[in-house]
Design a protein around this ligand. Structure first.
Ligand code: 13P
Length: 340
């Protein structure tokens, strides 16, 4: 049992492959569809995700696993094949988002606590039967005047640890995702300090919860300046600070670290990962677990039109391939110019 957890966790981040985060909640996918003028119906969401999961080259060569939303893990392709089966056939691993979202936290104005622990043990059993072999839980930490607070940080770290324990008990690999947001005008050093604090608290709570580190995946933010910061930095600076904070906080027993993109441009998300791998001598496999940085391009290319199915798949394949090359430290910016 433990071996299989370890194997899944390892496979999720190995060989340059990374994870497609396609677990947008109903409200988030509606926002994405609004931006491309597509109505967010059950069928349109199915068609869009089916297009991604049927992208053979991307799914077989570059994508190790897909994070699904509750609706999608139960959904069938147009021809009746379960979407989960499309993912499995490509030798990719289905996963499931299990948190119920970040809600305002009492006693911590401006901060959130991620909910969804009640009944989670039973839900994980059902998801396992539906094919899920890993799960995701996202804690959200904002940076601002006087925040984050210890109140919010410790509550989120404890929730992550309880979720991870329930996952491992259900033989499901937990993706532990404490996301420090890149909104705001703080500089890169403030992001470093907050992320270091967050990761220290999270690994402390994972220890108290008796989590098997070999059977989990960490999904952190990179160390970047706030989007509104006047002091933007190079790919190499982001890479150096991100690797430094990870080396200071993440035990080498953790097999893989898969980053979120968090609002970075497609190319920056790729370039930062590539620059980290080029530093070398890393104790864990580093890879991507992107939502927006893998999907913005295919969403635009597809725009809800059946005749754009091929263009959507090509755009997805291009981004998946760029990130695969980056996770091997073989990405070159001029590859980007070879349009999808
Ligand atoms: P982004 O890459 O768009 O940040 O999404 C990844 C994710 O799964 C956030 O929870």
């Amino acid at each position: 049992m433990t071996t299989s957890l370890d194997e899944v966790a390892y496979k999720m981040c190995a060989g340059g492959k990374g994870i497609l985060a396609a677990d947008e909640s109903s409200s988030t996918i509606k926002k994405r569809f609004d931006a491309i003028g597509v109505e967010s119906t059950f069928d349109n969401r199915r068609d869009y995700r089916e297009m991604l999961f049927r992208s053979d080259e991307a799914m077989t060569k570059y994508i190790s696993g897909v994070i699904l939303f509750d609706e999608t893990i139960r959904q069938k392709a147009k021809d009746g094949t379960p979407l989960v089966e499309l993912i499995q056939k490509a030798d990719s691993i289905p996963g499931i988002k299990v948190d119920a979202g970040a809600k305002p936290q009492p006693g911590a104005p401006g901060e959130t606590i991620t909910e969804g622990l009640d009944g989670l043990g039973g839900r994980l059993k059902e998801y396992y039967d539906l094919g899920a072999r890993f799960a995701k839980w996202r804690a959200v930490i904002d940076i601002g005047a006087g925040i984050p607070s210890y109140t919010s940080l410790i509550a989120n770290a404890q929730a992550l640890a309880r979720y991870a324990a329930l996952c491992q008990e259900a033989n499901i690999v937990p993706i532990v995702e404490p996301e420090v947001l890149m909104d705001g005008d703080h500089d890169i050093d403030r992001c470093y300090d907050v992320t270091e604090w967050v990761l220290k608290e999270v690994f402390q709570q994972l220890f108290y919860a008796r989590i098997r580190l070999e059977g989990m995946v960490l999904k952190p933010n990179m160390i970047v300046p706030g989007m509104k910061s006047p002091k933007q930095v190079s790919y190499e600076q982001v890479a150096e600070k991100t690797v430094r904070v990870l080396k200071n906080c993440v035990p080498s027993a953790v097999p893989g670290i898969a980053f979120l993109s968090g609002g970075q441009s497609d190319e920056a998300a790729t370039g930062h990962l590539d620059a980290m791998i080029k530093i070398g001598n890393l104790p864990w496999n580093l890879t991507f677990s992107y939502g927006r940085a893998l999907q913005a391009a295919p969403q635009k290319a597809w725009s809800g039109k059946p005749e754009n199915w091929g263009a959507g798949q090509a755009a997805f394949t291009h981004r998946a391939k760029m990130n695969y090359l980056a996770a091997l430290g073989k990405w070159a910016a001029d590859e980007e110019k070879k349009a999808a």
